[in-house]
Design a protein around this ligand. Structure first.
Ligand code: BGC
Length: 841
């Protein structure tokens, strides 16, 4: 499964350069900025077809940011990584390639391989782990799976982009040692082991130089030392300059059609500030990518797209997504073997996340799935009337855009709403149905003239009390059946256009709707776009971002939701329902308010009164199982009050089915944590995400996550990276060192599954060097399936790249580590064997 695909034949450098030589300067430069948000220019004179890119990394969204075609929603990357399985990652890469082929997408913008440095990072759900080896190995397998089908992968975001606060302006200050040994390592592994065809340069600065201009990283390390021949594109709107970026190794500015290159880069070449050969090399890399993905050459040399492909809701796709989700769920507690619940009598399912399960995080990883199975739906299918479901306490601070099922388009009657765009003269430029209740203006809408007004109209499907409102910056009026229920002006916060899309301002009013003519009350929300003068960012500079923000673009939507019940009433209902059942399953978690791009968290505490809800249920129920619907660490002050805890992450469109399978033991939730979960806010080797000024110092150096916890740099975590029980029970035989590859030893160990469930173990090997300044680190892992009562022998290779040591004085790799102890562990909180290394190694 994890073999490297046969290399795609590409023209030699000289042949590509010859093609480039046929183009004049302006034509070459034009190719180096996107044509639209997600497409590139083609150039027929040299056989270059326009390429299409799409986010990734856990679903291929297509060319529209919101409301595009239905596509499969995968479990979040963190869930997929929790399987600790290269085979899984390879399969995911292949599946995403199929999703891309269906939509004629050449490059999928993923995997995200920044690390889980601080648990507050808003975007961790989209990345794999706090560990660079696990991240790199999974990324490499994903890339092999995807590129083996001729679809390009894009490793992102190079580099030191571990948090979101002020991401466009902040400067990550990282030692060369930490860069080499930790933050660049996943990129290095995915380049060396899988030959990724593209990489995305991050928004942030690295040691004072923008990532898009990082000559040292881009030209020196990645293209130079690693000999990487792929295409380096910018993150969206990240490029700040012409000459410094072109000279700093950036090949392609995204998105287009405008950007800081164009005429400025032509002028830089004409003035001699940038040699024309530099531009030529960027175009060579672009053509190489095009050839790899089948977008270069004569018609018969270009790729053809499959005539038939798996629909996002095809049974085979559903089965895959359900299995992948369960495989990444993590059992953190299972007192008295309460799980699996097979044979249990009456089950009470409690909590907002049970009825409205969060299946994906927010931001560019979001897709428009054909459906999302809630945990309530999944369990109801399995348990029928043995299941009682009650809603829980509020979990969001902001109101969200309406569930499409709560509204219908007044013109077509379909679920969703009608969006009309008007110009300055009030002429309707476009009126279209939207199957989702929010749209991104100034981004997805391609209109003949600037939009001055956006009118959202919908009929409410239910009469009665209702919370109505609007989402997004601008001047709004809201009418219900022709009567105004409110008017407001909302201003988008922040200095990142992402915030106007992902954390838009919201206004709501509680009112009452009556079905006047049997068709449902008509709600009309009218937005007048408010433009402003571009303002300098926190760095004092006017940039592309300043103009994007001033244009008034962003998410605009309609809120239609039930009026929430008071928390005491909800807690009382939860306790009564729990007391009546044989087991209570209470579902808690985060939402896209916390697990999202463009903002970070400020606490690991669960939002709202969810902790109180768990304690109330635990006090009332015979047995309590908590399901955590969040991909990243949360605090669980009630941990010892409950019988079981199952972390299900953001499980994708098949989420509810997968959770039901896990709870009922249809399939083992066999995941292991990919990040250590702190015991309290602040108790982590790296915590802050708010830069000091604009500087965020990576003071933890190479002691990221479990490495720092193990060195006593923070109070012991509640749960270590690698922890997770599944439904097996394991004893380890003695371990021994065996010959490995590339001079790095391997460890052989026999594990016995003493439970009566067939199960899957992940054997982890850590190196604890003798030197105090060297952190303990994961050097190898291998999953193994063992039947109930059986044994399995595993050989875990250790990766020679984890034995290396960067020598700052020599500015080169120094003598590798040799003295220390190998630990065979189920996470560092549960070490099962120690193997001292002979000093001669
Ligand atoms: C994200 C990238 C993403 C791009 C395009 C940016 O905001 O950081 O990861 O690929 O948008 O949507």
């Amino acid at each position: 499964m994890t073999t490297t695909p046969a290399p795609v034949p590409v023209r030699s450098h000289a042949e590509l350069l010859e093609l480039v030589s046929r183009l004049d300067l302006a034509t070459k430069v034009r190719l180096l900025t996107g044509a639209t948000s997600f497409t590139l220019h083609g150039e027929e004179s040299i056989g270059l077809a326009p390429m299409a890119f799409s986010d990734g990394p856990t679903g291929v969204r297509g060319l529209k940011f919101t409301g595009g075609d239905h596509v499969a929603l995968f479990p979040s990357a963190t869930v997929l990584a929790s399987a600790w399985s290269e085979e899984t990652a390879h399969e995911v890469g292949e599946m995403l390639a199929e999703e891309a082929e269906r939509q004629q997408i050449h490059v999928v913008l993923g995997p995200t391989i920044n690390l889980h440095r601080t648990p507050l990072g808003g975007r961790l759900f989209e990345a794999y782990s706090e560990d660079p080896l696990l991240t790199g190995r999974l990324a490499a397998a994903y890339v092999r799976g995807m590129q083996g089908r001729g679809i390009g992968a894009c490793l992102k975001h190079l580099v030191a982009n571990e948090s979101e606060t002020l991401r466009n302006y902040m400067n990550s200050v990282v030692s060369e040692t930490a860069l080499r040994e930790v933050y660049l390592l996943p990129f290095e592994i995915a380049v060396q082991d899988a030959g990724a065809w593209s990489i995305m340069a991050a928004y942030n600065d690295v040691n004072g130089v923008p990532a898009t201009e990082q000559d040292h990283v881009n030209n020196g390390v990645v293209k130079g030392e690693w000999g990487w021949d792929g295409l380096l594109m910018s993150d969206w709107f990240a490029t700040k300059t012409s000459a410094p970026a072109a000279l700093g190794g950036l090949d392609l500015v995204m998105p287009g059609p405008d950007g800081p290159w164009g005429e400025a880069l032509v002028a830089d070449v004409e003035s001699g500030a940038v040699a024309e050969s530099v531009v030529d090399e960027h175009v060579v890399r672009l053509l190489r990518l095009a050839e790899r993905v089948g977008a270069l050459g004569s018609e018969d040399q270009r790729r053809t797209w499959p005539a038939e492909s798996l629909a996002p809701d095809a049974p085979a796709r559903r089965e895959q997504l359900r299995r992948l989700a369960t495989d990444g769920m993590v059992v953190l507690r299972n007192e008295g073997g309460v799980l699996p619940l097979a044979g249990t009598g009456r089950v009470a399912l409690i909590g907002r996340h049970g009825v409205d399960t969060i299946c994906m995080g927010g931001g560019s990883a979001t897709v428009n799935p054909p459906y999302q199975v809630s945990i309530a739906d999944g369990l109801r299918e399995a348990l029928g009337d043995r299941l009682t479901v009650v809603d829980g306490v509020e979990v969001r601070e902001r109101a969200v855009a309406a569930e499409p099922s709560a509204i219908t388009d007044p013109e077509t009657g379909e679920p969703g709403l009608r969006v009309a765009y008007l110009d300055a003269d009030g002429v309707v430029m476009s009126s279209e149905h939207s199957s989702v209740s929010s749209v991104v203006t100034g981004w997805d809408d391609v209109l003949p003239r600037p939009t001055e007004q956006v009118v959202l109209t919908a009929r409410l499907t239910q009469p009665g009390p209702v919370r109505l409102g609007v989402v997004g910056g601008g001047r709004w009026t809201v009418d219900l059946d022709g009567e105004q229920v409110g008017a407001t002006e909302l201003v988008a916060e922040g200095s990142d256009p992402g915030e106007s899309m992902l954390k838009p301002p919201v206004w709501t009013v509680d009112t009452h709707s009556t079905a006047t003519d049997g068709r449902g009350a008509l709600v009309t929300a009218t937005l007048t776009v408010v433009r402003s003068e571009p303002q300098p960012g926190p760095d004092g500079k006017l940039s592309t971002l300043s103009h994007v923000i001033a244009s008034g673009m962003g998410m605009k939507g309609l809120v239609v939701s039930p009026v929430p019940a008071p928390a005491e009433q909800v807690l009382a209902a939860a306790s009564t329902t729990a007391a009546d059942a044989d087991v209570a399953v209470v579902v808690v978690g985060l939402t896209e308010e916390q697990e999202t791009e463009a903002t970070d968290k400020s606490t690991l505490a669960l939002p709202g009164e969810q902790d109180a809800m768990v304690s109330a249920v635990a006090a009332a129920a015979k047995r309590t199982v908590v399901v955590v619907n969040a991909s990243t660490p949360v605090l669980m002050p009630w941990f010892d009050e409950v019988d079981a805890v199952l972390v299900v992450g953001l499980p994708g469109q098949e989420g509810g089915h997968a959770v039901a399978d896990a709870l009922l033991g249809v399939r083992e939730p066999a995941g292991r944590l990919v990040t250590s979960w702190p015991s309290a806010d602040g108790a982590a080797p790296a915590w802050d995400v708010v830069p000091d000024g604009l500087t965020l110092e990576y003071r933890d150096g190479t002691f990221i996550g479990y490495r720092g916890f193990a060195a006593g740099r923070a109070a012991a975590p509640a749960h270590w990276l690698g922890a997770g029980d599944g439904y097996g029970a394991w004893t380890y035989g003695s371990a021994r060192l065996v010959e490995g590859d590339a001079g790095a030893p391997a460890v052989e160990v026999t594990v016995a599954n003493t439970s009566d469930h067939d199960s899957r173990e992940v054997v982890q090997v850590y190196l604890r060097p003798d030197e105090d300044d060297q952190p303990v680190r994961l050097v190898g892992f291998a999953p193994v399936r063992v039947p109930a009562g059986g044994e399995g022998t595993v050989t875990v290779a250790t990766d020679s790249r984890l034995w290396r040591r960067w020598d700052e004085a020599a500015d080169a790799w120094g003598a590798p580590l040799s003295a220390g102890t190998l630990l065979v562990a189920r996470g560092l909180g549960d070490v099962r064997a120690e193997l001292p290394l002979a000093p001669s190694r």
